[in-house]
Ligand binder design. Structure first.
Ligand code: DC
Length: 498
Protein backbone atom coordinates (compact mmCIF):
# COMPACT_ATOMS: atom_id res chain seq x y z
CA UNK A 1 0.00 0.00 0.00
CA UNK A 2 1.36 3.39 -0.85
CA UNK A 3 0.96 5.90 1.93
CA UNK A 4 3.09 8.56 0.32
CA UNK A 5 0.64 11.16 -0.81
CA UNK A 6 -2.95 12.07 -0.41
CA UNK A 7 -4.43 14.28 -3.10
CA UNK A 8 -7.05 15.83 -0.84
CA UNK A 9 -6.58 19.60 -0.81
CA UNK A 10 -6.69 21.52 2.44
CA UNK A 11 -9.80 23.42 3.49
CA UNK A 12 -7.95 26.66 2.88
CA UNK A 13 -7.15 25.66 -0.66
CA UNK A 14 -10.69 24.62 -1.41
CA UNK A 15 -12.14 27.78 0.00
CA UNK A 16 -9.66 29.83 -1.94
CA UNK A 17 -11.68 29.24 -5.09
CA UNK A 18 -15.25 29.63 -6.05
CA UNK A 19 -16.81 29.72 -2.60
CA UNK A 20 -15.17 33.08 -1.95
CA UNK A 21 -16.40 35.55 -0.74
CA UNK A 22 -20.04 34.67 -0.13
CA UNK A 23 -19.09 32.00 2.43
CA UNK A 24 -18.54 34.74 4.98
CA UNK A 25 -21.72 35.11 7.04
CA UNK A 26 -23.17 38.62 7.03
CA UNK A 27 -23.04 38.58 10.83
CA UNK A 28 -19.38 37.61 10.91
CA UNK A 29 -17.04 39.12 13.47
CA UNK A 30 -13.47 39.38 12.22
CA UNK A 31 -10.96 39.97 15.01
CA UNK A 32 -7.74 41.59 13.85
CA UNK A 33 -4.94 41.91 16.38
CA UNK A 34 -1.26 42.70 16.14
CA UNK A 35 1.49 45.10 17.20
CA UNK A 36 1.66 48.78 16.29
CA UNK A 37 2.46 49.48 12.66
CA UNK A 38 1.73 45.97 11.38
CA UNK A 39 -0.73 47.29 8.79
CA UNK A 40 -3.86 46.24 10.66
CA UNK A 41 -5.83 49.40 9.92
CA UNK A 42 -5.20 49.38 6.19
CA UNK A 43 -6.06 45.71 5.84
CA UNK A 44 -9.04 45.87 8.22
CA UNK A 45 -10.50 48.62 6.04
CA UNK A 46 -9.89 46.51 2.96
CA UNK A 47 -11.67 43.53 4.55
CA UNK A 48 -14.60 45.73 5.58
CA UNK A 49 -14.93 46.89 2.01
CA UNK A 50 -14.53 43.47 0.48
CA UNK A 51 -16.94 41.61 2.75
CA UNK A 52 -19.41 44.41 3.44
CA UNK A 53 -18.55 44.71 7.14
CA UNK A 54 -18.27 47.75 9.40
CA UNK A 55 -14.71 48.70 10.36
CA UNK A 56 -14.03 49.48 14.01
CA UNK A 57 -10.63 50.78 15.18
CA UNK A 58 -10.42 50.19 18.93
CA UNK A 59 -6.96 51.79 19.13
CA UNK A 60 -8.60 55.08 18.10
CA UNK A 61 -10.85 54.85 21.18
CA UNK A 62 -7.84 54.53 23.52
CA UNK A 63 -6.13 57.29 21.59
CA UNK A 64 -9.10 59.64 21.92
CA UNK A 65 -9.16 59.19 25.68
CA UNK A 66 -5.40 59.79 25.79
CA UNK A 67 -5.74 62.97 23.75
CA UNK A 68 -8.54 64.22 26.01
CA UNK A 69 -6.52 63.39 29.13
CA UNK A 70 -3.48 65.28 27.82
CA UNK A 71 -5.71 68.16 26.80
CA UNK A 72 -7.36 68.34 30.22
CA UNK A 73 -4.12 67.82 32.11
CA UNK A 74 -5.43 64.58 33.71
CA UNK A 75 -2.89 62.49 35.61
CA UNK A 76 -2.23 59.54 33.27
CA UNK A 77 -1.30 57.25 36.14
CA UNK A 78 -4.65 57.79 37.87
CA UNK A 79 -7.04 55.07 36.79
CA UNK A 80 -10.06 56.61 38.49
CA UNK A 81 -9.50 60.05 36.92
CA UNK A 82 -9.25 58.50 33.47
CA UNK A 83 -12.44 56.48 33.93
CA UNK A 84 -14.20 59.59 35.26
CA UNK A 85 -13.05 61.55 32.21
CA UNK A 86 -14.35 58.82 29.89
CA UNK A 87 -17.69 58.64 31.64
CA UNK A 88 -18.24 62.40 31.88
CA UNK A 89 -17.71 62.96 28.15
CA UNK A 90 -19.10 61.63 24.89
CA UNK A 91 -16.73 59.41 22.94
CA UNK A 92 -18.10 58.30 19.57
CA UNK A 93 -16.63 56.16 16.88
CA UNK A 94 -18.31 56.86 13.57
CA UNK A 95 -17.68 54.09 11.10
CA UNK A 96 -17.52 55.35 7.54
CA UNK A 97 -16.14 54.36 4.19
CA UNK A 98 -12.48 55.22 4.05
CA UNK A 99 -11.24 56.94 7.18
CA UNK A 100 -13.61 56.40 10.13
CA UNK A 101 -14.13 59.46 12.34
CA UNK A 102 -13.62 59.70 16.06
CA UNK A 103 -15.57 62.36 17.96
CA UNK A 104 -15.05 63.75 21.46
CA UNK A 105 -18.17 65.61 22.64
CA UNK A 106 -19.21 65.95 19.02
CA UNK A 107 -15.90 67.47 17.85
CA UNK A 108 -13.85 65.56 15.28
CA UNK A 109 -10.50 64.63 16.88
CA UNK A 110 -9.45 62.09 14.22
CA UNK A 111 -6.32 64.07 13.33
CA UNK A 112 -5.31 65.05 16.87
CA UNK A 113 -5.26 61.45 18.12
CA UNK A 114 -2.43 60.59 15.67
CA UNK A 115 0.00 63.16 17.12
CA UNK A 116 3.35 61.95 18.51
CA UNK A 117 2.49 63.03 22.08
CA UNK A 118 -0.57 60.74 21.94
CA UNK A 119 1.59 57.93 20.50
CA UNK A 120 3.90 58.29 23.46
CA UNK A 121 1.18 58.29 26.14
CA UNK A 122 -1.45 55.86 24.85
CA UNK A 123 0.20 52.70 26.16
CA UNK A 124 0.07 54.01 29.69
CA UNK A 125 -3.58 55.04 29.41
CA UNK A 126 -4.58 51.70 27.92
CA UNK A 127 -2.81 49.71 30.62
CA UNK A 128 -5.41 50.51 33.32
CA UNK A 129 -7.80 47.62 33.99
CA UNK A 130 -10.82 49.83 34.69
CA UNK A 131 -10.26 51.83 31.50
CA UNK A 132 -10.05 48.61 29.52
CA UNK A 133 -13.17 47.15 31.13
CA UNK A 134 -15.17 50.20 30.04
CA UNK A 135 -13.74 50.20 26.51
CA UNK A 136 -14.25 46.45 26.07
CA UNK A 137 -17.91 46.76 27.13
CA UNK A 138 -18.43 49.50 24.54
CA UNK A 139 -16.69 47.47 21.83
CA UNK A 140 -18.78 44.38 22.58
CA UNK A 141 -21.87 46.54 22.35
CA UNK A 142 -20.77 47.89 18.95
CA UNK A 143 -20.23 44.40 17.57
CA UNK A 144 -23.13 42.63 19.25
CA UNK A 145 -25.02 42.01 15.99
CA UNK A 146 -21.91 41.01 14.07
CA UNK A 147 -21.04 42.34 10.64
CA UNK A 148 -17.84 43.96 11.89
CA UNK A 149 -14.11 43.78 11.44
CA UNK A 150 -12.58 45.04 14.66
CA UNK A 151 -8.90 45.78 15.07
CA UNK A 152 -6.88 46.14 18.23
CA UNK A 153 -4.72 44.17 20.64
CA UNK A 154 -7.19 42.04 22.57
CA UNK A 155 -10.10 41.52 20.18
CA UNK A 156 -9.60 37.78 19.65
CA UNK A 157 -8.49 37.13 23.21
CA UNK A 158 -10.90 39.28 25.25
CA UNK A 159 -13.47 41.30 23.30
CA UNK A 160 -14.73 38.57 20.94
CA UNK A 161 -13.26 35.21 21.97
CA UNK A 162 -15.88 33.55 19.72
CA UNK A 163 -15.06 35.66 16.66
CA UNK A 164 -15.77 34.07 13.28
CA UNK A 165 -12.12 34.48 12.34
CA UNK A 166 -9.10 35.71 14.27
CA UNK A 167 -6.15 37.17 12.47
CA UNK A 168 -2.90 38.16 14.13
CA UNK A 169 -1.06 40.43 11.74
CA UNK A 170 2.57 41.13 12.47
CA UNK A 171 5.79 42.25 10.74
CA UNK A 172 9.40 42.86 11.66
CA UNK A 173 10.18 45.98 13.70
CA UNK A 174 12.12 47.49 10.78
CA UNK A 175 9.25 46.98 8.34
CA UNK A 176 6.73 48.42 10.75
CA UNK A 177 8.88 51.48 11.43
CA UNK A 178 9.33 52.06 7.70
CA UNK A 179 5.58 51.90 7.10
CA UNK A 180 4.77 54.22 10.01
CA UNK A 181 7.35 56.71 8.74
CA UNK A 182 5.71 56.80 5.31
CA UNK A 183 2.26 57.12 6.87
CA UNK A 184 3.40 60.03 9.03
CA UNK A 185 4.99 61.74 6.04
CA UNK A 186 1.70 61.54 4.17
CA UNK A 187 -0.08 63.06 7.15
CA UNK A 188 2.55 65.81 7.34
CA UNK A 189 3.90 64.62 10.73
CA UNK A 190 7.72 64.86 10.93
CA UNK A 191 9.42 62.26 13.13
CA UNK A 192 13.01 61.02 13.07
CA UNK A 193 13.01 57.40 11.72
CA UNK A 194 15.35 56.18 14.49
CA UNK A 195 13.11 57.69 17.19
CA UNK A 196 10.11 56.14 15.53
CA UNK A 197 11.63 52.66 15.62
CA UNK A 198 12.64 53.05 19.26
CA UNK A 199 9.17 54.30 20.10
CA UNK A 200 7.52 51.33 18.38
CA UNK A 201 9.80 48.91 20.25
CA UNK A 202 8.88 50.56 23.54
CA UNK A 203 5.14 50.35 22.72
CA UNK A 204 5.52 46.66 21.80
CA UNK A 205 7.13 46.10 25.17
CA UNK A 206 4.45 47.96 27.11
CA UNK A 207 1.50 46.47 25.19
CA UNK A 208 2.84 42.94 25.62
CA UNK A 209 3.88 43.17 29.24
CA UNK A 210 0.92 44.98 30.80
CA UNK A 211 -1.08 43.00 33.33
CA UNK A 212 -4.60 43.37 31.90
CA UNK A 213 -5.19 41.68 28.54
CA UNK A 214 -1.69 42.13 27.10
CA UNK A 215 -1.06 41.73 23.38
CA UNK A 216 -1.04 37.95 22.95
CA UNK A 217 -1.69 35.56 20.10
CA UNK A 218 -4.89 33.57 20.64
CA UNK A 219 -4.16 29.88 20.07
CA UNK A 220 -6.86 29.77 17.39
CA UNK A 221 -5.68 32.88 15.56
CA UNK A 222 -4.10 32.68 12.12
CA UNK A 223 -0.76 34.44 12.29
CA UNK A 224 0.27 36.36 9.21
CA UNK A 225 3.76 37.83 9.12
CA UNK A 226 3.63 40.49 6.44
CA UNK A 227 7.36 41.34 6.47
CA UNK A 228 8.38 41.64 2.86
CA UNK A 229 4.82 41.29 1.55
CA UNK A 230 3.28 43.87 -0.73
CA UNK A 231 0.08 45.50 0.50
CA UNK A 232 -1.86 43.50 -2.05
CA UNK A 233 -0.39 40.22 -0.79
CA UNK A 234 -1.09 41.17 2.80
CA UNK A 235 -4.72 42.02 1.98
CA UNK A 236 -5.21 38.83 0.03
CA UNK A 237 -3.69 36.67 2.76
CA UNK A 238 -5.98 38.21 5.38
CA UNK A 239 -9.02 37.90 3.10
CA UNK A 240 -8.34 34.17 2.79
CA UNK A 241 -7.73 33.82 6.49
CA UNK A 242 -11.28 35.11 7.11
CA UNK A 243 -12.65 32.17 5.15
CA UNK A 244 -10.71 29.34 6.72
CA UNK A 245 -13.20 28.78 9.47
CA UNK A 246 -16.23 30.92 8.73
CA UNK A 247 -18.28 28.49 10.67
CA UNK A 248 -18.30 29.06 14.37
CA UNK A 249 -21.83 29.12 15.66
CA UNK A 250 -22.53 31.50 18.50
CA UNK A 251 -26.04 30.21 19.13
CA UNK A 252 -25.17 26.58 19.60
CA UNK A 253 -25.96 26.14 23.22
CA UNK A 254 -29.15 28.12 23.55
CA UNK A 255 -31.50 25.23 22.97
CA UNK A 256 -29.53 22.75 24.99
CA UNK A 257 -31.76 22.62 28.04
CA UNK A 258 -34.91 22.52 26.00
CA UNK A 259 -33.57 19.70 23.86
CA UNK A 260 -32.60 17.79 27.00
CA UNK A 261 -36.11 18.10 28.39
CA UNK A 262 -37.59 16.91 25.09
CA UNK A 263 -35.41 13.83 24.96
CA UNK A 264 -37.47 10.63 24.88
CA UNK A 265 -36.70 7.80 27.30
CA UNK A 266 -35.13 5.69 24.54
CA UNK A 267 -32.47 8.36 23.95
CA UNK A 268 -31.66 8.87 27.59
CA UNK A 269 -31.24 5.15 28.00
CA UNK A 270 -29.09 4.87 24.88
CA UNK A 271 -26.83 7.77 25.85
CA UNK A 272 -26.31 6.25 29.30
CA UNK A 273 -25.30 2.92 27.71
CA UNK A 274 -23.09 4.58 25.06
CA UNK A 275 -21.41 6.74 27.69
CA UNK A 276 -20.67 3.69 29.82
CA UNK A 277 -19.24 1.88 26.79
CA UNK A 278 -17.00 4.81 25.91
CA UNK A 279 -15.77 5.06 29.51
CA UNK A 280 -15.11 1.33 29.57
CA UNK A 281 -12.88 1.63 26.52
CA UNK A 282 -11.18 4.76 27.84
CA UNK A 283 -12.32 6.75 24.81
CA UNK A 284 -10.83 10.24 24.38
CA UNK A 285 -13.07 13.14 23.38
CA UNK A 286 -11.35 15.85 21.31
CA UNK A 287 -13.24 19.13 20.79
CA UNK A 288 -16.57 17.45 21.54
CA UNK A 289 -17.56 20.01 24.17
CA UNK A 290 -20.98 21.48 24.86
CA UNK A 291 -20.49 24.03 22.11
CA UNK A 292 -19.44 21.51 19.52
CA UNK A 293 -22.56 20.76 17.55
CA UNK A 294 -25.69 22.83 17.01
CA UNK A 295 -29.11 21.30 16.52
CA UNK A 296 -30.31 20.60 13.02
CA UNK A 297 -26.93 19.59 11.73
CA UNK A 298 -25.49 16.64 9.85
CA UNK A 299 -22.91 14.77 11.90
CA UNK A 300 -20.70 13.35 9.13
CA UNK A 301 -18.62 10.49 10.49
CA UNK A 302 -15.96 8.29 8.92
CA UNK A 303 -16.81 4.60 9.14
CA UNK A 304 -14.52 1.73 10.09
CA UNK A 305 -16.53 -0.47 12.46
CA UNK A 306 -19.98 -1.45 13.71
CA UNK A 307 -18.92 0.12 16.99
CA UNK A 308 -18.86 3.61 15.43
CA UNK A 309 -22.54 4.56 15.99
CA UNK A 310 -22.67 3.84 19.73
CA UNK A 311 -19.18 5.24 20.40
CA UNK A 312 -19.73 8.44 18.43
CA UNK A 313 -23.23 8.49 19.93
CA UNK A 314 -21.62 8.86 23.34
CA UNK A 315 -20.40 12.33 22.29
CA UNK A 316 -23.87 13.60 21.40
CA UNK A 317 -24.99 13.53 25.02
CA UNK A 318 -27.98 15.78 25.13
CA UNK A 319 -28.99 16.07 21.51
CA UNK A 320 -31.65 14.12 19.75
CA UNK A 321 -29.74 12.70 16.83
CA UNK A 322 -31.44 10.49 14.28
CA UNK A 323 -29.37 7.93 12.46
CA UNK A 324 -29.47 6.40 9.02
CA UNK A 325 -28.60 2.73 8.68
CA UNK A 326 -28.57 0.23 5.84
CA UNK A 327 -31.89 -1.60 5.54
CA UNK A 328 -30.27 -5.04 5.96
CA UNK A 329 -29.72 -4.23 9.63
CA UNK A 330 -33.49 -4.00 10.16
CA UNK A 331 -34.16 -7.56 8.97
CA UNK A 332 -33.25 -9.88 11.83
CA UNK A 333 -35.81 -9.82 14.63
CA UNK A 334 -35.83 -7.81 16.96
CA UNK A 335 -33.27 -5.44 15.42
CA UNK A 336 -35.87 -3.69 13.25
CA UNK A 337 -38.11 -2.89 16.21
CA UNK A 338 -35.23 -1.62 18.33
CA UNK A 339 -33.80 0.55 15.56
CA UNK A 340 -37.23 2.04 14.87
CA UNK A 341 -37.61 2.80 18.57
CA UNK A 342 -34.52 5.03 18.14
CA UNK A 343 -35.94 6.70 15.00
CA UNK A 344 -33.23 5.11 12.85
CA UNK A 345 -34.04 5.64 9.17
CA UNK A 346 -33.49 2.59 6.93
CA UNK A 347 -31.68 3.27 3.65
CA UNK A 348 -31.28 1.20 0.51
CA UNK A 349 -27.65 1.48 -0.44
CA UNK A 350 -27.96 0.83 -4.16
CA UNK A 351 -28.90 3.92 -6.16
CA UNK A 352 -30.74 6.86 -4.68
CA UNK A 353 -33.26 6.03 -1.94
CA UNK A 354 -35.73 8.92 -2.10
CA UNK A 355 -37.81 7.77 0.89
CA UNK A 356 -34.76 7.68 3.14
CA UNK A 357 -33.52 11.10 1.98
CA UNK A 358 -36.97 12.63 2.43
CA UNK A 359 -37.16 11.24 5.97
CA UNK A 360 -33.69 12.62 6.78
CA UNK A 361 -34.62 16.00 5.29
CA UNK A 362 -37.80 16.27 7.39
CA UNK A 363 -35.91 15.28 10.50
CA UNK A 364 -33.28 17.98 9.91
CA UNK A 365 -35.95 20.54 9.15
CA UNK A 366 -37.64 19.67 12.43
CA UNK A 367 -34.42 20.70 14.18
CA UNK A 368 -33.01 17.25 14.88
CA UNK A 369 -29.49 16.30 13.91
CA UNK A 370 -28.64 13.32 11.74
CA UNK A 371 -25.86 10.84 12.25
CA UNK A 372 -24.57 10.13 8.75
CA UNK A 373 -21.75 8.00 7.36
CA UNK A 374 -21.05 9.78 4.07
CA UNK A 375 -18.54 7.22 2.78
CA UNK A 376 -21.55 4.92 2.45
CA UNK A 377 -19.82 1.89 3.91
CA UNK A 378 -16.96 0.91 6.21
CA UNK A 379 -13.56 1.86 4.82
CA UNK A 380 -10.00 0.69 5.39
CA UNK A 381 -8.36 2.07 8.50
CA UNK A 382 -6.09 5.03 7.82
CA UNK A 383 -7.73 5.89 4.49
CA UNK A 384 -10.90 7.90 4.99
CA UNK A 385 -13.01 8.72 1.92
CA UNK A 386 -14.09 8.91 -0.76
CA UNK A 387 -17.24 10.69 0.36
CA UNK A 388 -20.22 9.89 -1.85
CA UNK A 389 -22.77 12.28 -3.33
CA UNK A 390 -25.45 11.63 -0.69
CA UNK A 391 -23.98 14.22 1.66
CA UNK A 392 -24.14 16.95 -0.98
CA UNK A 393 -27.72 16.01 -1.87
CA UNK A 394 -28.75 16.27 1.77
CA UNK A 395 -26.91 19.58 2.19
CA UNK A 396 -28.53 21.05 -0.92
CA UNK A 397 -31.97 19.96 0.25
CA UNK A 398 -31.60 21.39 3.74
CA UNK A 399 -28.55 23.75 3.91
CA UNK A 400 -27.87 22.01 7.21
CA UNK A 401 -24.35 22.61 8.53
CA UNK A 402 -22.05 19.60 8.54
CA UNK A 403 -20.11 18.62 11.64
CA UNK A 404 -17.15 16.47 10.54
CA UNK A 405 -16.38 13.81 13.13
CA UNK A 406 -13.45 11.42 13.02
CA UNK A 407 -13.39 8.16 14.95
CA UNK A 408 -10.20 6.23 15.37
CA UNK A 409 -9.53 2.90 17.02
CA UNK A 410 -13.05 1.45 16.96
CA UNK A 411 -12.13 -1.36 14.56
CA UNK A 412 -11.33 -4.68 16.18
CA UNK A 413 -12.86 -3.80 19.55
CA UNK A 414 -14.20 -6.85 21.32
CA UNK A 415 -17.20 -6.56 23.63
CA UNK A 416 -14.89 -7.07 26.57
CA UNK A 417 -12.20 -4.86 25.16
CA UNK A 418 -8.94 -6.69 24.61
CA UNK A 419 -7.54 -4.05 22.27
CA UNK A 420 -5.31 -1.38 23.70
CA UNK A 421 -5.05 0.86 20.64
CA UNK A 422 -6.09 4.47 21.23
CA UNK A 423 -9.80 5.11 20.86
CA UNK A 424 -10.68 8.68 20.10
CA UNK A 425 -13.49 10.79 18.64
CA UNK A 426 -12.55 14.25 17.39
CA UNK A 427 -14.69 17.06 16.01
CA UNK A 428 -13.46 19.42 13.27
CA UNK A 429 -14.73 22.92 12.55
CA UNK A 430 -18.38 23.04 11.51
CA UNK A 431 -18.89 23.39 7.76
CA UNK A 432 -21.55 25.93 6.79
CA UNK A 433 -22.92 26.60 3.35
CA UNK A 434 -23.47 30.31 3.01
CA UNK A 435 -21.93 30.22 -0.46
CA UNK A 436 -23.96 27.42 -1.97
CA UNK A 437 -26.71 29.52 -3.56
CA UNK A 438 -24.20 31.71 -5.39
CA UNK A 439 -22.33 28.60 -6.50
CA UNK A 440 -25.49 26.99 -7.88
CA UNK A 441 -25.94 29.92 -10.23
CA UNK A 442 -22.69 28.96 -11.92
CA UNK A 443 -22.30 25.18 -11.61
CA UNK A 444 -24.69 22.26 -11.57
CA UNK A 445 -25.96 20.41 -8.52
CA UNK A 446 -23.78 17.39 -9.10
CA UNK A 447 -20.59 19.46 -9.13
CA UNK A 448 -21.71 21.27 -5.96
CA UNK A 449 -22.23 17.86 -4.30
CA UNK A 450 -18.78 16.81 -5.43
CA UNK A 451 -17.22 19.89 -3.83
CA UNK A 452 -19.12 19.38 -0.61
CA UNK A 453 -17.85 15.79 -0.60
CA UNK A 454 -14.28 17.05 -1.10
CA UNK A 455 -14.59 19.45 1.81
CA UNK A 456 -15.82 16.66 4.05
CA UNK A 457 -13.02 14.34 2.89
CA UNK A 458 -10.45 17.04 3.54
CA UNK A 459 -11.86 17.48 7.04
CA UNK A 460 -11.57 13.71 7.71
CA UNK A 461 -7.99 13.60 6.47
CA UNK A 462 -7.02 16.62 8.53
CA UNK A 463 -8.64 15.22 11.68
CA UNK A 464 -6.90 11.90 11.09
CA UNK A 465 -3.52 13.58 10.61
CA UNK A 466 -3.94 15.55 13.84
CA UNK A 467 -4.93 12.41 15.68
CA UNK A 468 -1.96 10.43 14.33
CA UNK A 469 0.41 13.23 15.24
CA UNK A 470 -1.10 13.42 18.75
CA UNK A 471 -1.05 9.69 19.46
CA UNK A 472 0.96 7.68 16.92
CA UNK A 473 0.46 3.97 17.43
CA UNK A 474 2.78 2.77 14.70
CA UNK A 475 5.71 4.22 12.83
CA UNK A 476 3.50 4.56 9.75
CA UNK A 477 0.92 6.59 11.67
CA UNK A 478 3.58 8.88 13.08
CA UNK A 479 5.07 9.49 9.64
CA UNK A 480 1.69 9.88 7.92
CA UNK A 481 0.47 12.31 10.58
CA UNK A 482 3.59 14.44 10.39
CA UNK A 483 3.75 14.40 6.60
CA UNK A 484 0.12 15.43 6.25
CA UNK A 485 0.36 18.17 8.84
CA UNK A 486 3.45 19.51 7.07
CA UNK A 487 1.50 19.47 3.83
CA UNK A 488 -1.39 21.35 5.40
CA UNK A 489 1.05 23.87 6.85
CA UNK A 490 2.87 24.42 3.57
CA UNK A 491 -0.45 24.81 1.73
CA UNK A 492 -1.49 27.37 4.29
CA UNK A 493 1.79 29.15 3.74
CA UNK A 494 1.24 29.06 0.02
CA UNK A 495 -2.23 30.47 0.42
CA UNK A 496 -1.34 32.95 3.13
CA UNK A 497 2.32 33.64 2.42
CA UNK A 498 3.93 36.00 -0.10
O1 DC B 1 -3.52 50.42 17.06
P1 DC B 1 -3.05 51.77 17.66
O2 DC B 1 -1.61 52.01 17.47
O3 DC B 1 -3.91 52.89 17.20
O4 DC B 1 -3.31 51.59 19.24
C1 DC B 1 -3.01 52.58 20.16
C2 DC B 1 -2.69 52.01 21.52
O5 DC B 1 -3.86 51.51 22.13
C3 DC B 1 -1.67 50.89 21.54
O6 DC B 1 -0.50 51.31 22.21
C4 DC B 1 -2.29 49.79 22.31
C5 DC B 1 -3.63 50.29 22.74
N1 DC B 1 -4.71 49.37 22.39
C6 DC B 1 -5.08 48.42 23.30
O7 DC B 1 -4.47 48.31 24.34
N2 DC B 1 -6.12 47.58 23.02
C7 DC B 1 -6.78 47.68 21.87
N3 DC B 1 -7.80 46.84 21.63
C8 DC B 1 -6.41 48.63 20.92
C9 DC B 1 -5.35 49.47 21.20
Amino acid sequence: MSQETNPTPSLAELLDGDLDPSVLPKDAVIAMDGPAGSGKSTTARYLADRYGLVYIDTGAMYRALTWAALDAGTDLSSESSLVALLEANRLEFQPARGEARILWNGGDVSAQIRRPEVDAAVSEVSSHAAVRAEMVARQQQMGRNGGVVMEGRDIGSVVFPLATAKIFLTASLEDRARRRFKQNQQRGVEVDPADLQADLAERDRMDSSRETSPLTISPDAIVIDSSGMSLDQQNRACAHACLVNPTLDLTVDRDLDRSKAEMPFSYRLAYAVFGALARFYGMKYVNCGRQAMPRGCIAAINHVSYWDPPLVGATFLRYRVNSIAKEELFRPWPAGAILRWFDVIPIRRKGYDKTAFDAATSSLQAGNSIQFYPEGTRRAIGHPGPVRNGLGILVQATRAPVQPIFIRGSYGRQPLGSTISPLEVSYGPLLRWHGVDALLERIDRKEVSRRIAKLCEAAFVELQARSFARMPETEWERKTGELQLRKFASRQKRVFGP
